[in-house]
Design a protein around this ligand. Structure first.
Ligand SMILES: O=C(O)c1cc(C(=O)O)oc(=O)c1
Length: 310
């Protein structure tokens, strides 16, 4: 794949570009597999990064994303609005409408969004909104504004994607459990995987899912959560072993409410850029049977993003 550039923008100091030579996964994805969490960045010259962004990435275009999809063996993508584009969804929507129906999306909107704008995004393939509580990525939005948005988008059958860190779950609990839609948690709510998998922090997340049947989780981003590695590089088939017990537990307890995505182009990684082919090889460590793999990669994302085909 061609080398990333930064369009007209200067990348954040120390920015790591996505890995240009991903290997072919050894794990054969089931037919119809969906990469249910990935992003496009710009290109900045065509779709400028938002003034309020907290980082400036390298460009990562729809063409590069769809080339990766084909290389890895996925059939479809869910393109999630990246925070570097704020509430300007043009790059994400452009990726959807140029996917030949193979991509659906998750937007970021403000209270001022009109019904006509929601309808236009729906027609383009958007099926959810993302609420972000990771302080290094976004400014604070009042909860009443978010609840109002959630109430409005529910009428289109959309869901809410939430991104937060595990230490913040107690404080956010009441807000999350008041959401009227399906709720999808990004990256398992970012557990600290150096803590015990059966300790209080992860138990709270499991309780969140157990007591609320509308809550789903992406069991994605081992490369982000891992503390010990080893890294998905140089053919490593046992990468991110410290994350496996966490993700496997969620897949096995809630097989009908889990999703998986590459998180390409992996914003804000500081240590290394994973080989996406080897990331796919992580999947059978957390979804260990063909039945679980089918649910994680096909049945569940199809139910949520292409229900009309199920
Ligand atoms: O942890 C992150 O830095 C991160 C950022 C974004 C984004 O900027 O949208 O999305 C993700 O899924 C993860």
């Amino acid at each position: 794949m061609s080398k990333p550039t930064s369009g007209d923008f200067t990348k954040t100091a120390g920015w790591m570009d996505w890995y240009t030579g991903p290997s072919k996964p050894r794990f054969k994805l089931p037919a119809g597999a969906v990469d249910a969490h990935c992003h496009v960045f710009g290109p900045g010259a065509e779709f400028p990064y938002a003034p309020e962004r907290k980082y400036t990435p390298c460009d990562a275009s729809k063409h590069q994303l769809y080339a990766l999809r084909d290389h890895l063996g996925f059939a479809r993508n869910v393109v999630v609005q990246a925070t570097c584009h704020g509430a300007d969804n043009r790059a994400m929507v452009d990726a959807l409408v140029n996917s030949g129906g193979k991509a659906r999306g998750v937007a970021t909107v403000k209270r001022s969004v009109s019904d006509a704008e929601i309808q236009a995004m729906h027609d383009a393939g958007v099926r959810g909104v993302r609420f972000n509580f990771v302080k290094r990525l976004v400014d604070f939005t009042p909860k009443d504004e978010l609840l109002e948005i959630a109430g409005r988008i529910a009428k289109w059958g959309w869901h809410v994607v939430i991104y937060f860190e595990a230490v913040d779950l107690p404080e956010l609990w009441d807000f999350f459990t008041a959401l009227p839609t399906t709720v999808v948690v990004d990256h398992m709510g970012r557990p600290d995987v150096s803590l015990p998998v059966d300790g209080p922090q992860f138990a709270l997340f499991e309780k969140f899912m157990r007591e609320h049947s509308n809550v789903w989780s992406k069991v994605s981003c081992p490369e982000r959560l891992s503390v010990t590695g080893p890294k998905a590089l140089n053919g490593e088939q046992n990468a991110y072993t410290d994350v496996i017990p966490f993700a496997k537990r969620i897949v096995e307890q809630f097989p009908d409410r889990v999703l998986w995505g590459t998180d390409w182009p992996h914003p804000n990684l500081k240590d290394h850029m994973p080989d996406d082919g080897l990331l796919v090889d992580f999947i059978p460590h957390i979804a260990t049977t063909p039945e679980l793999q089918q649910k994680l990669l096909v049945t569940n994302p199809m139910r949520l993003y292409w229900p009309e085909e199920v």
